[in-house]
Design a protein around this ligand. Structure first.
Ligand code: A2P
Length: 274
């Protein structure tokens, strides 16, 4: 259950991770992470704005699993853009997580162009110090990536975006893959809003899997990292159990045909300033 991809930083990343967006800070986030780790998850995706980094850190430590075997991602809130704020906020993330290093740390969104380059440079310096093993971005469109490339010394290891058969960003995905930037899918289940889609249901039935497994597996076969969120252990288990599934090419093509530009939340890629 630990299939991995290689990042351009040289580190590996487990292809399924637990997303903890909307896991309530406190017991809910703590229990969700602990249960996922017990079920075999080795990748947890949090962020400063989720407010649950300390719960994630506590669960990671309490799990008894060696630190090196767990991949932890967090993200810099756009409230913390700019050199000194970014430095303080990264120190704060390390402290809240209670970790010596974070496996992957992302700019959470494009933020403002005024401070984006200097904020990225802060991530680069923490990366050089070994405190952020890999660094990347989230919610970036092609224009944001191209602008960043003009000043960056380190190419982002990943771009984490909302991604599922109903929202596929083909041009952006193609761009990232051509630059060796791994694409990470958040809300791979379209926040649960497409599990009843007739095509999804029918294909899942045919392949003898659940609709959630079909959507997660689609992303993995596309070469993405998939970050389904669930606080329910039984669903966490189902969502991780996707490594013995094969979606045949013609069924992949059917899923590819579901593109509908269906955004479940705010659309930072289109709405962020260049
Ligand atoms: P819950 O946390 O109660 O399990 P996404 O990852 O696309 O953002 O989707 C998350 C939503 O989908 C949450 O509401 C989550 O609810 C629900 N969910 C997660 N896994 C499953 C599953 N296997 N079956 C049904 N719903 C799920």
């Amino acid at each position: 259950a630990h299939a991995v991809l290689k990042l351009n930083s040289g580190h590996t990343i487990p292809v399924v991770g637990l997303g903890v967006y909307l896991c309530e800070p406190g017991a809910q986030a703590y229990e969700a992470v602990l249960s996922a780790l017990r079920l075999g998850y080795r990748h947890i995706d949090t962020a400063q704005v989720y407010g649950n980094e300390s719960d994630v850190g506590r669960a990671v430590r309490d799990s008894g699993i060696p630190r090196k075997d767990i991949f932890v991602t967090s993200k810099l809130s756009i409230r913390n853009w700019g050199k000194s704020r970014a430095q303080a906020a990264i120190d704060e993330s390390l402290k809240k997580l209670g970790l010596d290093y974070i496996d992957l740390f992302l700019l959470h969104a494009p933020g403002s162009l005024d401070t984006r380059a200097e904020t990225w440079a802060v991530l680069e310096s923490y990366h050089r110090q070994g405190k952020l093993r890999s660094i990347g971005v989230s919610n970036f469109g092609v224009v944001h990536l191209e602008k960043l490339a003009q000043t960056a010394q380190v190419t982002p290891a990943v771009n984490q975006i909302e991604l599922h058969p109903f929202l596929q960003w083909p041009r952006l995905v193609q761009y990232c893959q051509s630059k060796d930037i791994i694409v990470e899918a958040y809300s791979p289940l379209a926040k649960g809003q497409k599990l009843d889609d007739p095509t999804v249901k029918q294909l899942a039935q045919k392949l003898n899997v659940t609709p959630a497994q079909l959507l997660i597996r689609w992303g993995i076969q596309k070469g993405f990292v998939s970050l389904p969120k669930s606080t329910v252990p039984a669903r966490q288990e189902v969502n991780l159990n996707v490594f013995s599934i094969t979606i045949p090419d013609d069924d992949m093509a059917t899923l590819d045909g579901l593109e509908a530009d269906f955004v479940t939340g705010w659309d930072p890629i289109r709405d962020a300033p260049v």
